[in-house]
Design a protein around this ligand. Structure first.
Ligand code: NDP
Ligand code: GDR
Length: 323
């Protein structure tokens, strides 16, 4: 019998890569898609003939119950969230409804429809926030620094709680930042690579950014969706950190991205306080040794390769708009 996976957040960066990975392994894939007035299927346009899409929303439990009842998945990947940290101050309640309570709605729907389903929760390094230990691992205490981070802590603990209360196969992957050419344009890596392309092609001269000092542990999204799948194939549900173990500042990101097209970032980047956050996560670096040891997970693409791929992709995309 083919394996059947339901993905929330399939229209997002990770959802699109995960759908590709699962289709390659002959899974049947169902994507839950929320209603919007314009189409937002760009990231999965090449897959729509091979997957089933159903309307649904993490704010509407009935839609989740129907999707589970009708499709009968063996695995559920909860990737949906209001995922942009900066917006979570402007939208704290919506962020809590989706990113926090949405997890409970989905876990409850699983408990009601089929408690044998294996569940993956997209937890985040933002839960470590103002870090209490370096590098951060599965046992590091949380200290979230944004409504988004607080919501993810709730999502993490409700996953652990449903595992322990109802014996669900509920796994939490604590993933550090991961990027790709499909990253949303508002996140700093993609904002920089898109900015580099626009500057290189003469459309603008400057790129306005916020805090250049913070550091992140940036990996490659395709490598990270592999870890999600591995977690649900493991003997039992556990928490796993997925990270590269390397950390870089926004300055270093700029240096590599501008350098990839022969530009000096100092000539183009301007600091703009509009992009600062009310509370910042200054430095993150993860220890993925548990995932490496138990799941056999390894990353394949390094930071420089990834940034160069993103710059190349944005150069092609911006050039196409000029034709
Ligand atoms: P994206 O922002 O690219 O995608 C988010 C997805 O969630 C989109 O498909 C969006 O749909 C969907 N969504 C938002 N609100 C709802 C809702 N109320 N009901 C149903 N769907 C909804 O995120 P990523 O792919 O980058 O991340 C995937 C998950 O992993 C997220 O939960 C994120 O918080 C988490 N995460 C991400 C990391 C990263 O570095 N990328 C690191 C750690 C965790 P629409 O297209 O309609 O907006
Ligand atoms: P993050 O990603 O908040 O780590 O969350 P983001 O790329 O938005 O910010 C990273 C760091 O860059 C600094 N920064 C800027 N950020 C943005 N977006 N725009 C700017 O102009 C800018 N200038 C500086 C930020 O202050 C921050 O320190 C991502 C999301 O994918 C979450 O969903 C996920 O959980 C975490 O990664 C792990």
């Amino acid at each position: 019998m083919p394996k059947r996976a339901l993905i929330t957040g399939i229209t997002g960066q990770d959802g699109s890569y995960l759908a590709e990975l699962l289709l390659d392994m002959d899974y049947e894939v169902l994507g839950v898609v929320r209603r919007s007035s314009t189409t937002n299927l760009e990231r999965i346009a090449h897959l729509v003939d091979r997957i089933t899409l159903v309307p649904g929303d993490l704010q509407d439990e009935t839609s989740l119950l129907y999707a589970l009842r009708d499709f009968k998945p063996t695995e559920v990947y909860n990737l949906a969230a209001q995922s942009f940290v900066h917006s979570s101050w402007a939208l704290p309640v919506l962020t809590g409804e989706t990113t926090a309570l949405g997890v409970t709605r989905l876990l409850d729907a699983i408990r009601i429809v089929d408690p044998e389903i294996r569940f993956y929760q997209a937890s985040s390094s933002e839960m470590f926030g103002k870090v209490l230990e370096t590098p951060q691992r599965e046992t590091t205490p949380f200290y979230p620094r944004s409504p988004y981070g607080v919501s993810k802590v709730y999502g993490h603990w409700i996953t652990v709680n449903y595992r322990e209360s109802y014996d669900l196969f509920a796994t939490s992957g604590i993933l550090f930042n991961h990027e790709s050419p499909r990253r949303g344009i508002e996140f700093v890596t993609r904002k920089v690579t898109d900015g580099v392309a626009r500057i290189k092609l003469g459309l603008t001269h400057e790129l306005r950014l916020g805090n250049l000092e913070s550091t992140r542990d940036w990996g490659y999204a395709r490598d990270y969706v592999q870890a999600m799948w591995l977690m649900l194939q493991h003997d039992g549900p556990e928490d796993f950190v997925v990270a590269t173990g390397e950390t870089r500042s926004i300055r270093e990101l700029c240096e590599i991205a501008f350098g990839a097209v022969g530009l000096d970032w100092h000539d183009h980047v301007k600091v703009d306080e509009r992009f600062y956050r009310p509370a910042e996560v200054d430095a993150l670096v993860g220890d993925a040794s548990k995932a490496e040891r138990i799941l056999g997970w390894r990353r394949k693409v390094d930071f420089k390769e990834m940034v160069e791929e993103m710059v190349e992709s944005d150069l092609a995309a911006v050039a196409a708009t000029l034709r």
